[in-house]
Design a protein. Structure first.
Length: 116
């Protein structure tokens, strides 16, 4: 059943990806970058998250650690929570790629699960 849900999510996100690539935004909503290089490309990435310990307090952000082998034509990566604030990223003029990250988060164990 879990595989079916992931495939369903992947199918829906792929449909969104195609829709974003084929349908231009209304003229009033176009960004300056779109005029010079066309609509931004959408890339969907799936991955599990390596969380920081539950006891950690403070700033945290998520980074992509590495790319994993593709599954059913979908790109899979490994994400990790990292201590500290997120770095400032500056996009280059020709960089129109947008990533939609689907992050699967495993909950921290509860006190009842620790005793087992």
């Amino acid at each position: 059943m879990r595989t079916t849900n992931i495939r369903n999510i992947a199918r829906r996100l792929s449909a969104l990806e195609v829709a974003f690539q084929l349908r231009p935004a209304p003229i009033g909503q176009r960004r300056r970058a779109w005029k010079s290089g066309g609509a931004p490309r959408i890339q969907v990435r799936f991955g599990a998250l390596r969380s920081l310990p539950q006891e950690y307090r403070g700033d945290r952000h998520i980074e992509m650690l590495r790319r994993l082998p593709d599954k059913d034509g979908q790109q899979w990566v490994e994400f990790a929570e990292v201590p500290g604030p997120a770095p400032e990223l500056a996009l280059q003029d020709g960089d129109h790629m947008r990533c939609l990250d689907v992050v699967f988060v495993k909950p921290h164990p509860t006190a009842d699960q620790d005793d087992d």
